[in-house]
Design a protein around this ligand. Structure first.
Ligand code: SF4
Length: 490
């Protein structure tokens, strides 16, 4: 053997990264299940189950292909690699560029050589070239440039369907008595059951742990979810946890499937006339726009970006995030329970319910970021840092988003069906039963009035604040709500 190929748990692809050029005769493959990864934090068991079982299945698949493979349990990745070098000699170790700053530094210091990370459609260097030319980092500009560069839904420089963006058509509230696709269930095998037993859990059938399973999920989405995906992508229907969402982000993020495969399947369905343009554009935007933009910004903004707290938000993580059982806020309770069950909820509950609550209560961004990292199945570092610090809680003073995503109960009432069964009233703000979101939305604007007065995109909201006739009462109510949230009583 001439070299060791180290495969990280988010690089489970035979066609990409260091394995693309692997040679059975001369390469020896190592995967390390590190104790640091599995213990020490409140990781969601479903998340650990998915990551570990996928890696073990992948190792088996490489063995079946004829590779010599070691799947090791070790304290840390580095101690695992040391163990392998003791056994096989100090062969050079090669891996794809890791997907976080910490792992990149750790492996580089150990002497691992990196090959290019090609798990994205945009290289880090190309993204940097784009970012350096921008005055502001508007995702829409990046996305349109991607459409042209990758030649997706574009002919002669013009967008398919005559529009770059179908946001207006894709903001429908949840329809009444709608029938949503049944989510696909993934059957369990010996490896899954073994991992579940080691983690002390019962394996659910929610997430696939093999490439075959991930491909079945893609097919299921194309056949059952894609056509209606766009119009209801921002709606939240309490009766269906998956709605029309693709549920592909975990597999894209651990590389069981590639963005090219998803785009290819979506465009084929469109070419056959099986999906409307609004939906096709919406999923293309998520894959070649948002996903690439967030990864690019993670590397472009640098390691210190994670620590930003420009709104000086210092409240401890609210008890409702870790124990929703006492909460009377129907939306928050339902969404946190959903996350507890499956380690997943779609982008709108993440942004407009969970993150919105963290934002308007001035919850510490780093505590909230840690919680999001631990609780979601697809929460890699590169995903969560820009999404939480920049988009969710506006802790970067507007580098990523020009204004904070703060909203009161009226938005949640329009886009979800949670408010009907709730103890609170989304329409009022300073009464005893006023929706905490509505009260705290105005209080948040009031607390940051001076900062936001410098942002012209906030002038409409501040104008609304100035017209409130009950601001003194609202401030009293907000103080009470915050005290109760801190005590886990709301
Ligand atoms: Fe959530 Fe407020 Fe609606 Fe209750 S009334 S479900 S707390 S938004």
């Amino acid at each position: 053997m001439n070299r060791i190929i180290y495969v990280a748990f988010d690089h489970l692809s035979r066609a990409k990264g260091a394995l693309a050029g692997a040679n059975k005769a001369s390469d020896f493959i190592v995967l390390v299940e590190s104790k640091r990864m599995t213990t020490g934090r409140n990781w969601h068991k479903e998340r650990l189950f998915f990551l570990i079982s996928s890696a073990r299945h992948f190792a088996k698949q490489l063995e079946a292909e004829g590779f010599e493979v070691r799947y090791l349990k070790a304290e840390t990745t580095v101690s695992g690699l040391e163990q392998v070098q003791k056994e096989f000699g100090a062969l050079p170790i090669v891996s794809a560029e890791p997907s976080s700053f910490v792992q990149s530094r750790t492996l580089a210091e150990f002497g691992v050589e990196f090959v290019k990370n090609d798990f994205f459609l945009t290289s880090r260097a190309d993204f940097q070239l784009w970012a350096e030319r921008q005055k502001t980092f508007v995702m829409e500009n990046f996305y349109r440039a991607q459409r042209v560069r990758l030649s997706i839904l574009v002919s002669n420089g013009e967008p398919e369907g005559g529009q770059w963006n179908f946001d207006e058509a894709n903001r429908l509230p949840p329809p009444k008595n709608h029938s949503w696709p049944e989510p696909l269930e993934h059957m369990r095998d010996e490896i899954d059951l073994q991992v579940a037993e080691e983690l002390g859990m019962t394996a659910t059938t929610t997430w696939a742990t093999t490439r075959d399973g991930a491909l079945k999920q893609l097919e299921h989405f194309i056949e059952n979810g894609l056509d209606e995906f766009g119009p209801y992508e921002d709606a939240v229907a309490g009766e269906s946890w998956a709605m029309n969402h693709s549920l592909l982000s975990p597999y894209l993020n651990n590389a069981l499937i590639s963005p090219e495969e998803v785009i290819d399947a979506v465009l084929k369905a469109y070419a056959k006339g099986n999906a409307r343009i609004e939906s096709v554009e919406a999923i293309v935007r998520q894959i070649i726009g948002w996903r690439e933009y967030i990864n690019g910004m993670y590397w472009f903004l640098g390691e210190d970006y994670r620590e930003l707290n420009s709104l000086e938000a210092n409240r401890k993580l609210l008890p409702v995030f870790t124990n929703p059982s006492n909460s009377k806020m129907n939306c928050v309770k339902s969404v946190v329970e959903d996350v507890d069950k499956r380690a997943w909820t779609h982008h709108i509950p993440r942004l407009m319910i969970l993150s919105n609550l963290a934002l308007i209560t001035s919850t510490n961004p780093q505590q909230f970021l840690d919680w999001m990292r631990e609780r979601f199945i697809d929460a890699t570092e590169w995903v969560m840092v820009p999404n939480v610090i920049g988009m969710a809680v506006h802790a970067d003073n507007g580098v990523l988003m020009t204004k904070p995503y703060a909203a009161g109960g009226a938005y949640i009432s329009r886009m979800t069906n949670y408010c009907k069964g709730c103890a609170y009233d989304p329409k009022t703000r300073s009464a005893e039963d006023s929706c905490p979101f509505t009260t705290l939305y105005w209080d948040f604007l009031d607390r940051h009035r001076e900062t936001f007065s410098k942002n012209h995109r906030m002038s409409q909201q501040l104008g609304g604040l100035n017209r409130l006739s009950d601001l003194p009462e609202l401030r009293i109510r907000a103080k009470k709500v915050l005290e109760k949230l801190d005590a886990g009583q709301i």
